[in-house]
Design a protein. Structure first.
Ligand code: AMP
Length: 249
């Protein structure tokens, strides 16, 4: 089995986000960038499948500018075998990302494609779903457990009512939840070894796909500042304030 993992470079989740002065987006210059957190779960799962002897080859793919090589090096240091940067001068919408991934999948022929459930920068939660439609492969989103027996996948996903159990066949597209596993830290020797692992670069213009944005961002604003709270002495006072001052009950 060959496993392909889609990895996005995003502003690190610990960074305090700043909106650009012209309100065209968020500041990414001189800001710590990292692997999108659920994509680390996807990487971890792929590496575990290789360690269990279920996968013969693991491949990480990112679409981004030259700097996005760093998330591929991290993926390789965590145990992925080889990687591809699809170089794009602009950041792409989920539809264009899914089209790009489908072109790479055509060439690479993986049996299983793992993505994060959501990118923490755009919060779109769309790429895996669009990709499965483009490929006409089964999909399971937000998986929190995965077992593979032969060609069959046994999956769990957390839903409002509890845990949903699903069964499907390879090839498939899965998007990973943070509960799926605990991503490993890349050790120093593995970071050194990762420098020698393959990182191929493909220019997005060679793939012959339309990557033009379909959505126009009008402006990005900071959320309104929260007002200071007040302390109440007991439940009675709280209920009175909610009833007569805030008028919400
Ligand atoms: P989204 O639909 O934007 O919330 O992203 C969902 C998942 O798609 C991410 O967790 C990644 O696995 C994948 N993805 C999104 N954008 C990219 C990108 N530029 N390069 C590689 N993978 C991506």
């Amino acid at each position: 089995m060959k496993v392909l993992v889609a990895v996005k470079r995003v502003v690190d989740y610990k960074v305090q986000i700043r909106v650009k002065a012209d309100q065209s987006g968020v500041e990414t210059e001189n800001v710590k960038m990292s692997v999108n957190p659920p994509d680390e779960n996807a990487i971890e799962e792929a590496v575990k499948l290789k360690e269990q002897g279920l996968a013969q080859e693991t491949l990480a793919v990112t679409i981004g500018d030259d700097k996005a090589q760093d998330v591929l090096r991290t993926s390789l240091a965590m145990g992925i075998d080889r990687s591809i940067l699809v170089k794009s001068p602009n950041s792409l919408e989920p539809l264009a990302v899914a089209k790009t991934l489908s072109k790479i999948i055509e060439k690479e022929n993986p049996d299983l494609v793992l993505l994060g459930k959501q990118a923490i920068d755009d919060d779109s939660n769309q790429t895996g779903q669009i990709l499965s439609a483009l490929l006409n492969w089964p999909q399971a989103c937000f998986i929190s457990d995965l077992k593979i027996e032969g060609n069959k996948l046994f999956l769990s996903r957390e839903i409002d009512e509890g845990i949903e159990k699903l069964e499907t066949n390879l090839p498939a597209v899965l998007t990973c939840d943070l509960r799926l596993n605990t991503p490993r830290f890349a050790s120093l020797p593995n970071i050194m070894k990762a420098k020698k692992k393959p990182l191929d670069i493909i220019d997005i213009s060679t793939l012959g796909i339309d990557t033009n944005p379909k959505i126009k961002v009008l402006k990005v604003e900071e959320p309104p500042k929260r007002k200071a709270g007040i302390m109440v002495n007991d439940v009675k006072e709280l209920v009175e304030k909610l009833k007569y001052e805030a008028k919400v009950i």
